[in-house]
Design a protein around this ligand. Sequence first.
Ligand SMILES: Cc1cn([C@H]2C[C@H](O)[C@@H](COP(=O)(O)OP(=O)(O)OP(=O)(O)O)O2)c(=O)[nH]c1=O
Length: 184
Amino acid sequence: MLYLASASPRRRELLDLAGIPYTTAPANADERFADGTPPEEAVRLLARRKAEACFAQHPGAVVLGADTVVALGGAILGKPKTPAHAADMLRLLSGKTHEVFTGFCVLADGRCEVGAERTEVTFYPLAEEEIQAYVATGEPMDKAGAYGIQGKGALLVQGICGDYYNVVGLPVARVARILRTFAV
Ligand SMILES: Cc1cn([C@H]2C[C@H](O)[C@@H](COP(=O)(O)OP(=O)(O)OP(=O)(O)O)O2)c(=O)[nH]c1=O
């Protein structure tokens, strides 16, 4: 049985979509990383920490951890802390192309597969009223970069290059192929 080291409803939905059975076992991992850590390295590190924290609770299981961040010009945007912080992030992303990185870690007895997937997302230029109206929906608050491409955030997006599901929180096709090699 696969243990999903995540409280993210999106990651659950994506495993459901893939038809992969799992038990949810959110991990209490330290989500801090050193300033200046490249985004790809940060998501790999955090995915691994989440998987390790879960594995410690469920030794012998196969565990999946994941972490998603938005990156723009070297800066890492995680989840906004306040609605004002969410609006600041959206102003930064307006009219530009950013990167979304999701790191994943599949951990089992004697085996560990860590990876990261990158997707480019381009936003339309956003009017201040549009930003305020979107923040008022509450949707940005639990999402890296302060938007959800799968929700009303879809209206901000001009285009993407890469795996859509990676933006939502898990590159599900890539991870499903890895999970098959763990026989879950
Ligand atoms: C950019 C983007 C992010 N997100 C979400 C995916 C992740 O759930 C969240 C980033 O936070 P994460 O820290 O990666 O994950 P989480 O806190 O939701 O869950 P857990 O740590 O327990 O695994 O942002 C979207 O849902 N849509 C988007 O378009």
